[in-house]
Design a protein around this ligand. Sequence first.
Ligand code: COA
Length: 575
Amino acid sequence: MASDDLVIRIAGEGGEGIISCGEILSKAVARGGLNIHAFRTFPAEIKGGLAMFQLRASTGPALSLKQQIDILLAFNQEAYDAYVKNLKKSGTLLYDPKICQPDESLGERRRLELPLDALASEVTGGTRAKNMVALGAALQLYDVPVEYGQKLVQEFFAGKGSEVLEANTKGLDAGYQHSQTYYQEIRRHFERYPDRNQVLVTGNEAVALGALAAGVEYVAGYPITPATPIFEFLCKELPKFGGVALQFEDEIASLAAGIGASFVGKRVMTATSGPGLSLMSETLNLASMAECPLVIVNVMRGGPSTGLPTKTEQSDLKFAIYGTSGEAPRCIMAPVSIYDCFWQIPRAFRIAERYQIPVIVLTDQSMAYTSMNIDDPDLDNIARFRRLRPEQGIPRENFKRYALTDDGVSPMPIPGEDDLRYMGTGLEHDETGAPNYAPENHEAMSAKRFRKLKTLGEHVTQQPMEEYEPEGTEVGLVGWGSTYGAIQEAIEMLKERDGINVAHLHPRVLSPLNEWRIRRFLGPLKKIIVPEENYTGQYSHFLKAKFGIRPIEVHKCQGIPFTSEEIYDAVKEEL
Ligand code: COA
């Protein structure tokens, strides 16, 4: 059976409760047994500006943001003006006639009045609950019983007092009734999947759950949009698992504290975003030099400096790979989906611990704030790895913390547990850890540190990668990070609409590269297209430098993610 999608975009002014409305709607529709892709975008201000929530609910997989929407629920004129162009020809505008006047750009599309203010005022005496009126109206369109919404409204506003709860429940009921009375023609009936063992999570939540599954013991943080929810989640949950989450005065201090905790044997993570990663850069070098394992999640956001803090971009790749003074080995990874955020974090911990290096995991704002339903993650059965410890009974005087080994990895004692001493320092050092500036020593120690990356690169080559290689195709898409879903759906569209087969590669470990496997993938292709959410084509340049290829670069630098339609159009244009 072909899958059935319904995409509703709700938009209005920041502060009007668009996001709360969307969050409750997504949960109710997911509980109603549909697959969810729920995207939000909002301004950096706490109040004002255009906030938008788009819910895509489907009987099949819902992997990406859709450009074409079925229903636009506009809270105000600005929302209408911004998004009417995205409404399908067969789509419907829901609008409050007191606030929004549709113009000729609506064309022949259906318009239905939704008097948000009037309905909210009628049942509550004020307009605060207008977002719940919108919620009720949308719930009915997804054919979800109103009780699902009522239960969630109770949970959502539980801490805000009985008056707020009552007003919002009334608003919800009024919206639902209005929708039942006037919108039957656009209500959708779906095949459903009830009783699934699933949860609805954002990418940030999946990262935090992945960290718990990985056995994280120490989280050092400093709040920064859009990474803050990871830290907030772990501050609440980690103590229940016996771990510690601490806030420091800035990113430099938080990473320094993380290095201290790693030095004494803890599994450590911190989460930040672009400007925070910049601040951490020197401390990161210390982690590479002192060979302290830790995981840094960098949730990429738009632009340099304060830029676009609440918008998405894939623009920290070069900084993550090359942003070192001196040559400091590190591993760079990028999960490909929200579910993958959960799986790649334990993998990042295993790599950090096994190779005693910092691992930077790149997610981005769209992934961080989008929610999807995923199989209930099993926190207890994830493979964990602890760093190599020295053999018992080694005499103190013979211990070499930085011994020159074949794979570059040398045993790391835990102070207080192993009866051994060494100096962990950012200065160049010899095998014992003592500072040493001799020319041959620096060369040998640099080689040791980079041997770990070589060993890791060989290991990565054995690991599964997202590869799709239909026979005989000469065109391939290469992506990284959160563009996976949009690329996959574009490939399906090309197959179904045009009978065109396109290959797809989406590595998760970006550095060190899985060179042999990537070379094999690229080999037979005549055209390689690399879509990226940045202005300059950072991954494309990286591939060019490594493999001498000339990929076709497709850039989007608007603070919002690619839609599958955009990637489809880009491939069609190239063909
Ligand atoms: N009745 C009572 N309270 C309601 C309500 C209702 N009907 N609807 C929403 N609210 C409450 C929400 O519970 C929320 O309260 P909280 O702050 O206690 O959690 C609050 O009103 C905001 O509502 P919400 O739906 O979350 O947001 P919104 O759609 O109105 O948009 C944001 C506001 C999210 C865009 C804005 O507040 C924000 O966070 N902007 C980003 C700020 C940022 O990160 N800047 C970057 C700095 S570098």
